[in-house]
Write a protein that binds this ligand. Structure first.
Ligand code: SF4
Length: 359
């Protein structure tokens, strides 16, 4: 049994969970290739231009799987992740969108996750996937579901300890738990705020982690925060949780903006994304209020790497200069003066009589 998984959208949030489930059932997983310019071009050709980049990329990944000859492809419909917390309409209606734009024959494995209207738990979601693969043995599904949560929780423990995303996924799939040991320090700390599918797709984010590392910047992301820290961040922004991704965007931003060790914030948002435009606007206002430097990068399939790098470098350079001047201003000039020579009493006192004798 083989199932294709597009390397896009929910892949970047939940792949360890899906992997833990399907591998326990003995299903072979085939991932689409990493995003390339071609993936974007192929996906963009099938949807209306106003569609956000992550959806165009998702369509491109389905085409990539079809080109590989994969017949079963998992296309989840993640409606709501908690009571009254919804995904955007494009993610909710993903199977319908794919059915309407891709006119090629394949078996779409649809499964709905909905904690609001239908109050479906994760086991219902897993049962639906397994059922479409012809597996109905409940004990087997429950065992696989347990394994799914174990792998996923290991992944969460690692990312929260500071293990970078790519390594955390790799270790989780290998059934390992490795915690970050080296807490390296760098001259400048930046929090990068974005959806996982924009941030960890190297073509969409243009390898931002690598670029910031070369610029001697330490990067912080939402994955390093606990739900409590993100909740407290949301409260700082005085916003009510509505969108499913609001935790990782508004919550993480609210937390990092008031964190004194963070020198600046970078947001990456997709052009044409309704929820992002609302969240980023609120984040920017709060950052300005607290005088935290912020750079908003909006991306689409036309975004050029040269312009992206220039803005990144200029922002980092400004943060370095700001930090340097803050340090210089803190130095007390009086403390830095060289010690004054001490005037001491001569050991041999010259009296008037000595002087008269010398004359
Ligand atoms: S949240 Fe925004 S970027 Fe993500 S799929 Fe919806 S519209 Fe696109």
């Amino acid at each position: 049994m083989q199932i294709g998984i597009p390397r896009a959208l929910s892949y970047y949030n939940f792949y360890p969970l899906i992997y833990g489930f399907l591998s326990d059932l003995g299903v072979e997983i085939v991932l689409s290739d990493k995003t390339t310019k071609q993936t974007m071009t192929d996906g963009s050709a099938l949807v209306v231009p106003e569609t956000c980049l992550p959806i165009k990329v998702y369509v491109g990944h389905i085409l990539n799987l079809l080109d590989k000859g994969i017949e079963n492809i998992l296309v989840p419909s993640v409606q709501s992740i908690a009571p009254k917390i919804y995904n955007c309409s494009k993610i909710r209606g993903l199977p319908d969108l794919i059915r309407n734009v891709i006119k090629r024959d394949f078996n779409m494995i649809e499964a709905t996750y909905d904690k609001s209207e239908k109050n479906r738990s994760s086991i219902d979601f897993f049962k639906e996937i397994a059922g479409k693969l012809g597996i109905t043995d409940l004990a087997r599904i429950k065992k696989a579901s347990k394994n799914a949560w174990r792998v996923y929780n290991n992944y969460l423990v690692m990312t929260r300890s500071g293990v970078p995303y790519v390594q955390a996924v790799k270790y989780a799939l290998e059934n390992k738990v490795v915690l970050a040991q080296n807490d390296t320090t760098k001259p400048v700390n930046i929090a990068v705020i974005a959806h996982g599918y924009n941030l960890y797709d190297e073509r969409i984010s243009m390898k931002i982690f690598e670029k910031l590392d070369k610029l001697d910047v330490k990067v912080f992301t939402a994955e390093q925060l606990t739900p409590e820290q993100m909740k407290e961040g949301l409260n700082k922004l005085e916003t009510r949780l509505y969108w499913a991704n609001e935790f990782e965007i508004s919550g993480a931003a609210g937390h990092y903006i008031q964190d004194k060790k963070i020198d600046g914030i970078i947001t990456i948002n997709a052009f044409g994304c309704g929820p992002d435009s609302l969240m980023v606007d609120r984040i920017t206002r709060y950052a300005k209020e607290l005088k935290k430097p912020i750079l908003n990068l909006s991306i689409d399939e036309q975004t050029g790497e040269a312009g992206f790098v220039t803005r990144l470098e200029a922002f980092v350079d400004m943060l370095f200069r700001k930090k340097r001047s803050t340090i210089i201003n803190k130095i007390d000039i009086n403390e830095q003066q060289p010690p004054q020579p001490r005037i001491t009493e001569p050991k041999v006192r010259v009296t008037m009589e000595d002087l008269v004798q010398k004359m």
